[in-house]
Design a protein around this ligand. Structure first.
Ligand code: IMP
Length: 425
């Protein structure tokens, strides 16, 4: 009854969707434990590409229970659209279960997210404007009338909660931002039109997952975003408002720490970041542009071009430690094919001192100069390799160096979007 966590080792977009989908082949349950429609998980199956924002990447396996746990935040419009989009393509969503305790992203949360970002001006975070920060703020502030998924099952309860929320939010809209108030009836109507699509999926998921675990099920806990977007471990304040790290997999899922058997950290063979914040190995130059074009590094959710750079080994090493990683899944190796030589940052120099781990004081990180080592490229196609042994020697050396830095064994290497383009041994 293994219980596995899949977590992003970097700043998100590492290819967790593909890795989760692969692990789901031998799983009974896949649980998404945090985040909302700010995420974008791409899975290619049977030659078809599926872009998932909310629904766990296990959904493409008909027999796997796909669970959205208490820690996720759910935009009803986005959920209904994704659910119906999957159904239209022949994917049954009959195994989807949604926690009644998950907080709902209401239209006023997305509006507030956009207004807050505008107001921050030059120091904006670069959020996805999906309402993530405002909904988690309400959750943490224990607002008197929060809306959780249970509340969507009774329109009179929802009406009461929206009225309570807007009594406060409309003051903020008017006084702070000078925008018109929102009408409670319109907000309720906007949300309720989507509810019939997924109402039957709302349930007590933590009890369900705990029971599955007791019964011996194989469970994959899927994180969204990545380690350095974590509210505590990330490059604060340029982070998301939840806990993507492996520890977050125990929050509201029904699974406790001692039940977790393995943690797979997913790391690209280079680095990317969307939005603002420190990024020591960023290459705002033709190398970065080549990575972006080859890796199609544009946001799945927002379409924004991602910032691209060399692999940050300091981040990888720190991530392996923070997440107590047991395995390393390397993705996008094929993107590096054309580079004659490839750089890996193995340490930072900050104020004349060498740092091998990400400093806790982020003022220091802002002054970090990467110390690079240079590895020879392999200059040939690797996307048709099917075993690690098929990789050209220099590509194998690169993979081995990543594992050495992470002090974590390689579990798999992805050389393309397809399920079959995954090297396991
Ligand atoms: P928020 O989660 O929308 O509040 O955005 C906060 C920060 O996290 C911004 O820098 C976003 O670009 C980043 N972010 C949020 N979700 C993702 C993701 O799935 N991949 C990469 N970056 C993300």
């Amino acid at each position: 009854m293994p219980c596995k966590v899949v977590v992003g080792a970097q700043w998100g977009d590492e290819g967790k969707g593909k890795i989760t989908d692969l692990l789901a082949e031998t799983a009974n349950v896949v649980v998404r434990y945090q985040g909302g429609s700010n995420a974008g998980h791409t899975v290619v199956a049977g030659g078809e590409t599926f872009k998932l924002h909310l629904i766990p990447s296990g959904i493409l396996h008909e027999d796997v229970l796909s669970v959205m746990a208490d820690g996720t935040v759910i935009d009803p419009h986005c959920l209904a659209e994704e659910y119906q989009g999957l159904q239209a393509r022949g994917v049954s969503c009959r195994n989807l279960r949604i926690s009644g305790n998950a907080h709902v992203i209401m239209p006023y949360h997305s509006r507030l997210d956009a207004l807050q970002e505008e107001a921050r001006g030059r120091v904006s975070i670069g959020t996805t404007r999906r309402g993530i920060g405002p909904v988690y703020t309400d959750k943490t502030a224990r607002m008197p009338q929060p809306v959780r998924m249970w509340d969507l099952l009774d329109e009179s309860v929802l009406r009461q909660r929206v009225a309570g929320q807007l009594a406060e939010k409309n003051k903020v809209f008017g006084v702070l931002y000078g925008v018109p108030p929102m009408d409670p009836d319109e907000v309720v109507a906007e949300v309720m039109q989507h509810v019939p699509v997924f109402a039957h999926c709302i349930t007590d998921t933590r009890t369900l997952v705990a029971a599955q675990h007791r019964a011996g099920a194989t469970i994959v806990l899927e994180g969204a975003q990545g380690t350095f977007l974590d509210l505590d471990y990330g490059t604060y304040p340029y982070v998301t408002s939840s806990h993507p790290v492996a520890g977050g997999a125990c929050l509201g899922t029904g699974i406790g720490p001692t039940a977790i058997d393995s943690v797979t950290i997913v790391c690209k063979s280079y680095s990317t970041r969307v939005g603002a914040g420190a990024f020591p190995t960023e290459q705002a130059n033709p190398d970065g542009d080549l990575i972006r074009e080859r890796g199609r590094e544009y946001g799945t959710t927002t379409g924004r071009p991602r910032r691209c750079g060399w692999l940050d080994g300091v981040a990888l090493r720190t991530s392996a430690q923070i997440n107590s990683a047991t395995g390393l899944a390397i993705t996008m190796l094929d993107v590096l094919n054309p580079f004659p030589s490839i750089r890996i940052c193995t340490a930072y120099e900050i104020d004349g001192e060498r740092y091998e781990m990400m400093p806790g004081n982020l003022e220091l990180l802002a002054r970090a100069t990467p110390i690079y080592e240079e590895l020879p490229g392999w200059g040939q196609e690797v996307s048709d390799c099917r075993k690690l042994a098929d990789l050209p020697e220099n590509a194998r050396r690169y993979v081995e160096r990543m594992a050495e830095i992470a002090e974590t064994p390689v579990e798999m290497v992805s050389v393309g979007p397809g399920r079959e383009q995954t090297l396991l041994d």
